[in-house]
Design a protein around this ligand. Structure first.
Ligand SMILES: [Zn+2]
Length: 223
C-alpha cells in the first residue's frame, strides 16, 4: 500500500496505455514514465519493464533528489531516474515526463539530426523551432542528463536523445502524450517526404501565425 491517491496510480497506468495506443513507442513497449506528485517535491515513477499492460501497483514514489521513498525500482528503471527528476527540478510547470523509442523520431536521434518544423502541429504545440537533439551520453548518466538540460534551454517540450530515443514532458499526461504523437508524426512524414525531394519546413515567420490561429479556435491555450 502507498500513501498516494489511487487516482494518481491509475493515471500512470492510463497514461502508459495512451502511449501504447499512440504508436509512438517501439514494438517491445520499452519506455518509462513519471508524474509529478502535486504539492510535493516527489514524483510517481512507473516501475514496469515495459509500458504494455502497466498496472496501478507498478509504481514507485521517488523524491526529486532521486531517493526511492516507496516501492521497488528495477535496475533498468533505476538507471534513468535522474533523467526524470532533472526535468521536474528545472521546469516547475512540468507535470509528466515520458521516454520512449518512438521508431521514426528515434531514426532522427540515431542519425543525430534534429527534427525541424516540418508539420504545422509542431508550431501549434510548443515546437516552433522543431525538436532539438541532445548529444549522446550513456543512458541515464550525468553526462546524458547534462546534454538533455542543455538541449531544452530554448523551451521545447521534447528532445531527441542521440543514439537512443525521445524524451517529452508537459503540464499534464494528456499534453505530454499529445506532443509525443505529434513529434512521431512529424518524423514519419519527413522520412516519407524524402522520396519526394525532402521535407520543407514551415516558413519561420508563419509559425507564430499557426499558433495564433490554433489559439483563436481554442485548440491550444492563448498565451
Ligand atoms: Zn530508452
Amino acid at each position: 500500500m502507498t500513501s498516494t491517491p489511487a487516482s494518481l496510480h491509475a493515471q500512470v497506468a492510463s497514461t502508459a496505455e495512451a502511449i501504447i495506443e499512440s504508436g509512438a513507442i517501439s514494438p517491445n513497449g520499452h519506455g518509462n514514465l513519471s508524474l509529478r506528485l502535486p504539492g510535493t517535491a516527489e514524483m510517481l515513477y512507473c516501475t514496469a519493464p515495459t509500458l504494455k499492460n502497466v498496472t496501478a501497483d507498478q509504481i514507485a514514489r521517488i523524491s526529486l533528489e532521486g531517493v526511492v521513498l516507496e516501492g521497488d525500482v528495477p535496475p533498468i528503471n533505476r538507471a534513468v531516474i535522474d533523467m526524470h527528476t532533472a526535468i521536474y527540478n528545472d521546469l516547475p510547470e512540468a507535470g509528466c515526463v515520458i521516454h520512449t523509442h518512438a521508431p521514426y523520431a528515434t531514426a532522427f536521434a540515431v542519425a543525430r539530426r534534429p527534427i525541424e518544423c516540418w508539420i504545422e502541429a509542431l508550431a501549434m504545440f510548443g515546437l516552433a523551432d522543431g525538436v532539438p537533439l541532445a548529444a549522446y551520453g550513456p543512458r541515464g548518466s550525468a553526462q546524458a542528463v547534462a546534454n538533455i538540460r542543455a538541449a531544452i534551454k530554448g523551451g521545447a517540450p521534447a528532445v531527441l536523445l542521440a543514439n537512443h530515443g525521445i524524451l517529452v514532458f508537459h503540464r499534464t499526461p494528456e499534453q505530454a502524450v499529445n506532443v509525443l504523437g505529434i513529434v512521431e508524426e512529424a518524423a514519419r512524414d519527413a522520412i516519407n517526404a524524402i522520396a519526394l525531394g525532402g521535407p520543407i519546413a514551415v516558413e519561420p515567420e508563419l509559425r507564430a501565425a499557426a499558433l495564433q490561429r490554433a489559439a483563436a479556435f481554442g485548440i491550444v491555450p492563448a498565451s
